[in-house]
Each structure stands twice: as C-alpha cells, then as structure tokens.
Design a protein around this ligand. Structure first.
Ligand code: ADP
Ligand code: MG
Length: 697
C-alpha cells in the first residue's frame, strides 16, 4: 500500500473548476457551503425533490404544487398600464390558463412564447380569482428540448452565486468521476440492511425519484451515512488500538488500601460507583493500556471512583496522578481526596504552577523516590522535570473539550500508563460514541441518596427587584449565592461590562462588602482570590460571567441566579445549577429570562424545572438542537457529518462502532481485502490522520 492517497481518488480531490458547470466564480462561492473539492459535492445531498413528471393538464395538481404540461400559446395580453403584469393565455389538453410575468422584457416574453406554437411549461400552479395561472414558469422549453427536463429534480442546499442547475451539473460531473472501488462494508451487514453498493447509493441519493428517497430512512442515504460514521469509527478504533498497543502494565492491587477507605466512609458506594470501580480495576489488570472515560453528572460521586483507581495503582506498588484544568479545581480535588486517602495512610501531594524553588524541589524529590504516592495538580504535573518513581495511572479531570488527537498526545506522556479521563458533562449515547468512540466508557448514572433536590424556578427579568429583595433576606440568614450574567454579545468585553453593571447594582443594594465579581478578563490571581473569599464565606454573592469553573465546590452556596437563561445551552445551565445543592440546606436555582420566550425557548427552560438528570437533559437538548450545537462542534473535536444525522441515525453509529472494533480485532493492520477497501474509504473521507495510525505490521 502506498503511503499517499490512492491515484484512483485524485479526480475527486482535484480543483472544483475541473467539474462541469463550475467556473472560477462558482468555485469561489462553493466553500461557503463546505464544498472545497469534487468529493465534497458527492456528499452534499439534495434535501428535497421537485416532481416534474408530465401532466395532461395543470388541473391534475393542487394549487401551490408544480405542474409540467405541454401547451399551445393562444394570445398575449401586455399590461394596459404600468405596474400590471404581462399575461400570456395558453391552453393545455383540457383548459386554458394564464402565464403571468411581473417582470421581464415584453420582447423576451414574445420570443419565449410565440403565438400558435407548442411549448413545455413547468412551474408552480396558482389559483387566483378562481382562475388557474402559472406565474414565472421555472422552465419554458420547445417540445424537442423536452427531453432535457428530468422527471424529478433534486433540490440542493445553495449559497449566493450557486444555482440549482450548477449543483445538479456539478454533482453529475462528480458522479462520473467515482472510480471502481472494492466494497468496504461487511457483506453480511449490507445484505441484511438491503443497502445498495456505494456507487449506486450515490447515484440514487443525487437522483431521488420521490420525497421518500430524500428521507434519512432511504436505503441509499442510510448506506452513505454509514460510510461516513464507519470511517469515523475506524479512525477512533485505530486511535484506541494505538493506545492499547502501547505496552501496558498489569496493575492489580490486593485491596488492602481500598478496603480501609471504604470502611472509613460514612456511606456505601452507589451501584453505579461500585460498577465503575470494578470496570476500572478490571481494565487496569489487563496487560494493555487502559483508555477509559468516566462520565458522571455533577455530584454523582466521581471523586471516590477516582480515588479507588488511584489506590489500585498504589496497591500495585506504583503511583497515580490526577490532573485538573485549573488551580482551584486541583485544590478542591486535594481537599476531597485527602481525608479519604489519609484513612488508608496514603501520601498525597499537590503540585501546581505556584510551586517554586525549594518547596517544589522537595516535592519533586519525594515523587522521584516514591514517597509521594498520589500527586494532584494542574498541567504542571506533566512538566519535563517532573519524574515519577513508578507512575501507573493518570487521571485527567473535566476535559470534555478534548478531541481524540489531544487525548492521544496526553496518553503519550507516560509510557504504559493507564489513562482515565473524567467528565462531568453527560452527553447522549449516540454522541458519546461519536466523540469518545476510541475510549471505553464507565457511566455514573445514579446519584448518591439523600440529596435535597434543587428547586428550579423561571421568572421574567422585569421582576428583578423582587428577586434582589429576596436575595437580601437570604444573605441576612447567612446564605450565599451565585449570580451568573448573560452571555449575549459576541465580545467578551461587552459581557464583562454587563457583569460589572450588575455587580455595581447588587453592591449598591446589598452592601459593599457582600458582593464579589469574577470574569474571564481578570488576572488569574485576582480571580482565585475572589473565589477563595467566596468559598470562605467572606462574601455572600458572587457575580460571574460563565467562568465559574465546572467543578467549583462551595457547599454553603445555595442560591443560583442565571440572567438571560434563554441564551445558555441546556447542558451549561445544568452545569451551572450543579454549583448549588451541595450542602445541607435546600437550594434554589432561578432562571431569569427576557420575555417573550419562543415556544421552544420556554420548553427548554421547563425541562430544567422538571429534571435534574443530566443524561435526560442532554438527550432533550440533542433532540431540540442537533448534535453540533450540543457539543459546540468547533471546540468539541467532533467531526461535522455531511450525510449522517446523529439524532435520527444514532443506531447506525452504534453499529459502526462495533463493526469498526471487530474489524480492528480481526485485521489490525488493515491488510485483508476488506482492510484495503477500508483504507480507500478513509482516504475518501479525508481521514488522513487515521492512515498514519495504521500499524505497519
Ligand atoms: P462529583 O465529583 O461527581 O461531582 P463528588 O465525588 O464530589 O461528585 O461527590 C459529591 C458528594 O457526594 C460528596 O460530598 C461526596 O462525599 C458524596 N458522595 C459520594 N458518593 C456517595 C455515596 N455513595 N453516598 C452518599 N454520598 C456520596
Ligand atoms: Mg468533582
């Protein structure tokens, strides 16, 4: 197999201008709809179809629909005064009707429709004053050109400077270039699903014969969606195999530390925690590297699961490290882990960018000698001079924004080290397969018992004075509150100013010393200082833009006010709400919105009132907004699928994942006949990075 893209695919990766009907101008316009190469044209499918089958009379179609009829031109009726349309009276097999032009030079109209001649007309039928008419036909053809008009016309997504005709021509031209390629789909699967071959599927998808054929359920569409998902899943499976191939270590503990921790706990692990702990311990015991994701809503008890995994590493005679995205979160992890670790007599330390000089050196020495068994910190733990005595497990917290490429880079930091990524952002199953298909998944889908539910309420912004009055009463009773300011403008600066306005307002009403402010433009030290004051109860109300970090824990804070809640994503609102409800007192979350709300806008906010289940919220969010929006495609590392619809075709994603993993198991070097075909698919789908992951032998 050559190292580069196979020659047979070159025509599909040539310049757009090489396609019929695409000139320099069109070629410049097409990238606006994601078309940069002929191959992109292939995967830009029509979303609708126009029925241009011939009728005897336009009476056969309902007003508002398209009719295609042959007519005789009877007479012309130019406008009798300015502002009136030009009418041409024509006659089909049954009735006479008017062709109406609101614009167009009379000369041109006369030439198009000469009196006494036969023409084929196709256009939308209207009923006006009980008279049939066809304003501005889409097509006026001489009868001997009629063959040029197909029976069904695909409707493509367009952009300025690109017409349906251009798209149709370009896709015909691109279709002609599709080379002979061996089948990459498992033949049994294709037979079972009744999918056409690749070339036939493309042809059918571009030349639909009914509305049914442009639906996501059409076999040709299913097949093409599958091709796309399968290519993505093979990429993830290759990444997964790459990590696992990296020589792993068998990390088995005898349980003596873990049992001490469990005995010291004032509670019993939930079923979900027990299951996740067992899955992780089993995985760590394998001779391959662990590459696992622990997904659990805020408050689902990830800390205990993480500690349990770290203790496996320690019991096995090694060390573990846990990395958090910020200083504050790292400290909080330390505080959460330390009492439990001490119960087992395990040495835990913190290392962040703040450690300097002799203290830092002392920590590094203790790490190198193995005296520190568990290290918690920021990315400072991965600096070059941080050397472990025997690192067995890396835990990376709250990194749902990482794509597969970044995860690979992190995994390469420690050789043979098991990796556990933790995320507090539940995402729907179909998306987790798309996003984390290279990892194994442990899910905490059960909350610890005995939590007081958070009361969630909606209120219009014009009642803000009442809200502030309530807040005043609450803080007099020793309660603390977050006040999140809206993310309305594109610019962070404008958002910051809105937050500053609110800060001044609340300070004026509630008293100088009671209110603090944090926003993204602040120096990290100032931000940390204010957060620490809030955590210590020195200030009662924390005004913030969305920089309140995901995992920040201030148990005494029991009120969350979110302004202009309608501008936030559901998952984000859920995350923000998760900042409260951590202590003993009942908590409230108040969602302030600017009326009027749209129907979906109201529905979205009501879901939050109905449930605290992050997985359910994520499913509803996906159903309402679509995949790209849920994760924020740009930062999520999730590829944009052109054909596949993650929401309606989620079963295909699961199928693609199991098929890809099976293929990787049977043919890890992709050298079988099918493996070779899959390589071509990867090139075709632009998965160049995947090709580099294929093992050489
Ligand atoms: P997460 O990190 O997933 O947001 P934490 O690990 O911080 O959640 O746990 C949230 C709270 O629930 C902590 O106060 C923790 O002590 C408590 N907790 C964890 N597991 C259980 C359990 N099985 N039963 C009761 N409380 C638990
Ligand atoms: Mg946590």
């Amino acid at each position: 197999m050559s190292a580069g893209r196979p020659d047979i695919l070159f025509p599909l990766f040539a310049g757009l201008e090489t396609l019929a009907g695409v000139g320099p101008k069109t070629a410049k316009a097409l990238p606006a709809i994601g078309i940069e190469r002929p191959r992109d044209v292939l995967f830009t499918l029509p979303h609708a179809v126009v029925d241009r089958r011939r009728r005897d009379s336009l009476r056969e179609v309902a007003p508002g629909e398209i009719a295609t009829v042959e007519v005789t031109v009877l007479r012309h009726q130019p406008p009798i005064r300015k502002g009136l349309p030009y009418r041409v009276i024509v006659e089909d097999a049954e009735i006479a009707f008017q062709v109406v032009f609101f614009r167009g030079a009379p000369k041109w109209i006369e030439a198009q429709l000469p009196i006494g001649e036969r023409r084929l007309l196709s256009g939308k039928v209207e009923l006006y004053d009980n008279q049939y008419q066809m304003p501005h036909p889409d097509h006026i053809l001489e009868t001997d050109e009629a063959g040029n008009l197909g029976q069904f016309e695909p409707v493509y997504p367009l952009t300025a400077g690109v017409t349906q005709k251009t798209m149709a021509k370009a896709s015909e031209s691109a279709l002609e270039r599709v080379p002979e390629m061996a089948e990459w789909i498992d033949p049994a699967l294709r037979a079972r699903e009744g999918w056409p071959e690749f070339h036939a599927a493309l042809a059918q998808a571009h030349r639909p014969l009914s509305l049914h054929e442009v639906a996501a359920t059409a076999p040709a569409r299913q097949r093409l969606a599958y091709d796309e998902l399968f290519a993505h899943q093979v990429t993830l499976a290759l990444a997964r195999a790459r990590v696992r191939r990296g020589k792993g270590r068998v990390n088995v503990g005898d349980g003596h530390l873990r049992s001490k921790v469990l005995a010291a706990l004032p509670f019993r692990p939930t079923g979900a925690q027990a299951r996740a702990m067992a899955e992780i311990a089993d995985d760590m015991a394998q001779p391959v590297r662990m590459n696992r994701l622990l997904m659990g809503d805020v408050g689902s008890g990830k800390t205990l699961v993480a500690l349990d995994a770290l203790l496996v590493a320690v019991e096995a005679g090694g060390q573990g490290v846990m990395m958090a995205p910020t200083e504050i979160l790292a400290r909080q992890h330390l505080e959460g882990l330390k009492p439990m670790a001490e119960a087992a007599g395990v040495v835990l330390e913190l290392l962040t960018g703040r450690d300097k000089g002799r203290d830092r050196q002392a920590k590094l020495d203790a790490l190198a000698s193995g005296d520190i068994q568990i290290l918690v910190g920021t990315h400072a733990v991965f600096q070059d001079d941080v050397v472990f005595h025997d690192l067995r497990l890396s835990i990376i917290d709250e990194q749902h924004r990482f794509g597969v490429t970044q995860r690979l880079a992190l995994a390469q930091k420690g050789q043979a080290v098991d990796v556990l990524v933790m995320t507090a952002t539940p995402i729907p199953r179909s998306l987790s397969l798309a996003h984390y298909g290279d990892m194994d998944l442990s899910i905490l889908d059960e909350k610890p018992p005995g939590r007081t539910p958070i009361k969630t309420a909606l209120s219009a912004t014009d009642r803000i004075d009442e809200v502030v009055a309530h807040l005043r009463g609450a803080i007099e009773n020793g309660r603390q509150a977050y006040w999140v300011c809206p993310l309305v403008e594109e610019s962070e600066l404008v958002d910051m100013m809105a937050a500053e306005e609110r800060f001044k307002h609340l300070r004026a009403v509630l008293g100088e010393g009671h209110v603090g402010l944090v926003h993204g433009q602040m120096a990290p030290e100032d931000k940390d200082r204010t957060m620490a004051q809030f955590a210590a109860g020195e200030i009662a109300v924390l005004v913030a833009t969305t920089v309140i970090e995901v995992g920040v824990n201030v148990p005494n804070a029991s009120i969350m006010v979110i302004e202009r809640a309608e501008h936030f994503g559901l998952a984000q609102l859920h995350q923000l709400r998760g900042r409260v409800g951590r202590g003993d007192v009942a908590s409230t979350c108040l969602l302030l919105y600017q009326p009027p709300l749209t129907e979906t806008g109201r529905r979205r906010l009501e879901i939050l009132r109905e449930t605290e289940d992050g997985f359910r919220i994520a499913e509803e969010d996906l159903a309402m907004r679509g995949a790209g929006d849920v994760l924020g495609t740009a930062q999520s590392g999730l590829p944009r699928f052109r054909v596949a619809d993650l929401e309606r075709q989620s079963a295909l994603m699961a199928l693609a994942q199991s098929d890809a993993r099976k293929l990787m198991h049977d043919d890890p070097t992709l050298s079988s006949e099918r493996g070779q075909a899959v390589r071509v698919l990867l090139w075709l789908m632009g998965k160049d990075e995947a090709i580099r992951l294929i093992s050489v032998g």
